[in-house]
Design a protein around this ligand. Sequence first.
Ligand SMILES: Nc1ncnc2c1ncn2[C@@H]1O[C@H](COP(=O)(O)OP(=O)(O)OP(=O)(O)O)[C@@H](O)[C@H]1O
Ligand SMILES: [Mg+2]
Length: 271
Amino acid sequence: MTSNENDAPASDRAPRAPDETPAIRSTDLRVARGNKTILRGVTMSARSGEVLGVLGPSGAGKSTLFRALVGEIDVSSGRVELFAEDVTGLPLWARARRGISYVPQTPSVLWDLSVRDNLASYHRVVHGRVDAATLKSAVERLAQRVALEDRMDVRAGELSGGERRRLELARALTRPPKVLICDEPFAGVDPQQASRLGDMLRSLARDESVCVILADHHVEEALRVCTRAVLLLDGEVAAEADPAAFREHPLVVGRYLGSWARTMPPPPPRP
Ligand SMILES: Nc1ncnc2c1ncn2[C@@H]1O[C@H](COP(=O)(O)OP(=O)(O)OP(=O)(O)O)[C@@H](O)[C@H]1O
Ligand SMILES: [Mg+2]
């Protein structure tokens, strides 16, 4: 029998195209605190240009997974890779330098500073000191990206929930991310603003090849912008599907959406 490519062991086959390498991957990730196991071996991955929804009930471990991926908390075992590089032992700042940006679930703006000064502060942290003209134009560009250019002099503490979320997104874009992890970007945001934010996230993935990962209980909006979704249950990935199949998955209906799933309108066209 003649040997061909399909017979060859995986290690001998041609390497995958670079765009097939997951932007981020976790393998058997476990997190325990005290005698409580929060993540029970989470294996998942997401690619550049993809919007992955990590959905599941409160307490399933979504935020814990995100915090473990970005390096905010230590894991008990398992591995996190960024473009196939093992970053498990790296702290948050080192992963951020490699391209992971994070919008945490809890508010994280500098409340007493204006939008302009918030953006300038983030810029200084990421890029160090630059001349005033460079800083001004960078700050204006960031504000425009999240449609906050008309709110530059408003104190962050006086922004609406949706505006604050956009400011937090701008902060996450200060260093152009390769992987953007957003924990509940639509929480406390009205449907129109959520849809606007969703479009921004989708466009970052589609137009700039960012790998976007989000968790949110606004399931309709999350599934509108996702290209794929995983269901996290009790610290484990219980299901994975494209958005249309996800909403009908028996575990999604049975353990997360309940009877509400039946009343969910069909998905609108993806942006
Ligand atoms: N530092 C900690 N010490 C002990 N338990 C923790 C800690 N952090 C989180 N937990 C627990 O881990 C579980 C998962 O919490 P996590 O915040 O990850 O859930 P979640 O899926 O993000 O929930 P939600 O949808 O409400 O945001 C919860 O039971 C929570 O109480
Ligand atoms: Mg959470």
